[in-house]
Write a protein that binds this ligand. Sequence first.
Ligand SMILES: [Zn+2]
Length: 396
Amino acid sequence: MPKRPRTPIDAYFEGGYWLILWDFLYGGVILLLVLGLGWSAGMRNVAERLTRVKPLQTMVYWIEFTILTTVLGFPLAVYEGYFREHQYGLATQTFGPWMFDQFKALLVSVIAGAIVVSLLFGIVRRLPRTWWIWGSLATVLLLSFGALIAPVYLVPIFNKVTRLDDPKVTVPILRMARANGIPVKDVFEIDASKQSTRMSANVSGLGSTMRITLNDNLLRRGSAEEIQAVMGHEMGHYVLNHVYKGILEFLVIIVVWFAGLQWSLEWALRRWGQKWKIRGIGDTGVLPLVFLVTSLFFFVLTPVMNTLTRTQEYEADMYGLNASRLPDGFAQAAIHLGEYRKMSPGPVEEWIFYDHPSGHNRIFAAMQWKAENLSLFAAPRAGTPAMAAPAPPPRR
Ligand SMILES: [Zn+2]
C-alpha cells in the first residue's frame, strides 16, 4: 500500500500519544514535589488543626490537595484542552466559557472526591489489612452510582440535554430500538457544539437512567442513514450489556490496582515516609503517593484499557451493521470521525492507542458486510421471516 501523506489530523492524533507520556511525567513531578517539599504533610496538619473529626479532616485535605494540583497542572491542561484543540479547529469555545467549564469541573471533583476519599480512608483505617478488597468493592459501587446519576445530574451541569422530538429522526430510531428489544421511549440530544465540532453519540446511565444520546453535530451534519447506522452501534452497546460488562472488567482491574497499592505504599513509606512526614497508609497525607502509583499503573495499562474498550466497540460495530443494515451510513460515520481520529494506523499503533477500531478497519468491515450480505436486501422469500424491519432506503 503506498504511504499516505500525513494529514493535520494524523499529527493531532499522534500528538495525543505523546500527551499520554507528558501528562504522566508532568503529573508525576508535581506529586513528587508535593510529597518531597513536605507540602502534603503541611496540608494534613492544617486539616488537623481545623477539625478533630477524621472524615472532615480527610475532606479538608482533599479540598487543599485538589486546588493545589489543579493550579500546578494548569499550564499543561490549558495547552491540551484549549490551545491545542483550537489549533486543529476542533474547539468552539472562547477562553471565558472554557474557563467556566473548568471551574465547574473542579467544583464537581472537589465535592464528589471529598465524599469518595473520606469513605475510602474510613475503610483503610478500620480494616488496615483487608482494605484493598473492601475498598475495591466500594470503589465499584461508587463508580456505578456515578454512572447511574451522570446523565441526569452531571451532564446537565455542562450541557443542555433535551428530548429529541423530530419524528423524521426519532421514528426510524425507535422502530429499530423495538426491533432489538430495547424498551426506550425517548432519544436524547445534547448541545455538544457548545464545546466542540466532534460528531458523536453514546449510551450512558445505568438501569432506569440508561439512555441513548446523540450530539447536535451528528444531527446537523450526519445523513439520515448515517444517524441510523450510528444508532445501531449504540443499541449494540445496550443489548450486549457493555456497561455492566465494563463494570465487571473494571472490578478485576481495581482489585489488582488496590493490591498493588497496598504493597507499593508500604514499600515507599518504609523508605521515604519519615522524610515526607507521612505516618502510614491511613494518613490522608499519603494521597499524592496514591495518585503517583495509580498514574504509573494506568500508564502501563494503557494498551489493556484501550483493548478492552476497543473490543466492545468492535462488537457494537458488528451489531449495528446487522441491526441497521446500513453499511454505507456506517462508513460515512467512520469518515466523519476521521475529522478527529487518524484513519489508518499500523496494527501495533491501533492495539496500543485506539479505544475504537480505526476508521480504516471500520470501513473495511462495513464494506465486507455489504459485499457478503447483499441478499438481505432482496425481497424476503415466503416462509423466511425477516429478522428486523429493513431500514428505509437512504434519502440524500
Ligand atoms: Zn461505541
